[in-house]
Design a protein around this ligand. Structure first.
Ligand code: PCA
Length: 212
């Protein structure tokens, strides 16, 4: 069956859970239109994440790629417009490393940025029609999510599959993540996990419609 590769991330930093992993786990094995959803969980370390991602891309040869991660502090689901060839971490990754002003891909020919190839406006209008507010974000940050989006698009370009729709969806905290914030810190906006999973499912269905 033609597949949609759906990735989520492991928990990281002080967060006890990652709603992107919960959504990917819930949706793996289901269908989005004509596509079968294959879920993969990525570690929050750029080199290990790239390894896991590229091996999933090679193993499944997906027709579409939907990458997801947590953006703690955002109040709504958001679609990233662009991934840049920069890592500049404000917090350590899960291996304890902080990269500063470092390229995601060091090759001289690697472009400065890749644009999402997902149908952003179609996903947004499908969310809105389903009573789910969301928006297009113009920066995926400079941490592991941006790096994974860059690696995925770079790999698809480098292997002649630039036509495969691929991009990143950032989700807000779920209740478990919001509840873990100490009382002396600003509270995090959150969405119930069921709404986060519904947003990812609707995005997968929107993407799959072009394969109808
Ligand atoms: N969010 C982080 C990395 C892993 C995740 O779920 C980010 O936005 O870069």
């Amino acid at each position: 069956m033609p597949t949609l590769l759906l990735t989520g991330f492991e928990p990281f930093h002080t967060h006890p859970d990652n709603p992107s992993a919960q959504a990917a786990q819930a949706l793996g094995g289901q269908r989005a239109g004509q596509l079968g959803i294959e879920a993969a969980l990525l570690p929050v370390e750029p080199h290990e994440a790239a390894k896991a991602l590229l091996s999933a891309l090679e193993r499944h040869q997906p027709e579409a790629v939907l990458l997801t991660g947590l953006a703690a502090g955002r109040a709504q689901v958001s679609l990233e417009r662009v991934a840049v060839n920069v890592m500049d971490f404000n917090i350590p990754d899960n291996a304890g490393q902080v990269y500063r002003d470092a390229p995601v891909h060091p090759h001289a020919q690697a472009p400065a940025a890749y644009l999402s190839t997902l149908p952003l406006r179609r996903i947004l209008s499908d969310w809105h029609a389903a009573q789910l507010p969301g928006y297009v974000s113009n920066s995926a940050g400079l941490y592991v999510c941006n790096a994974v989006m860059y690696q995925a698009l770079h790999h698809l370009h480098a292997t002649g599959r630039a036509h495969v729709p691929c991009g990143f969806l950032h989700v807000p905290a779920n209740a478990a993540v919001a509840l873990a914030v100490p009382e002396d810190r600003p509270p995090l906006p959150y969405l119930p996990q069921s709404e986060i999973t519904r947003a990812v499912q609707l995005a997968a269905a929107s993407i799959a419609r072009s394969f109808g």
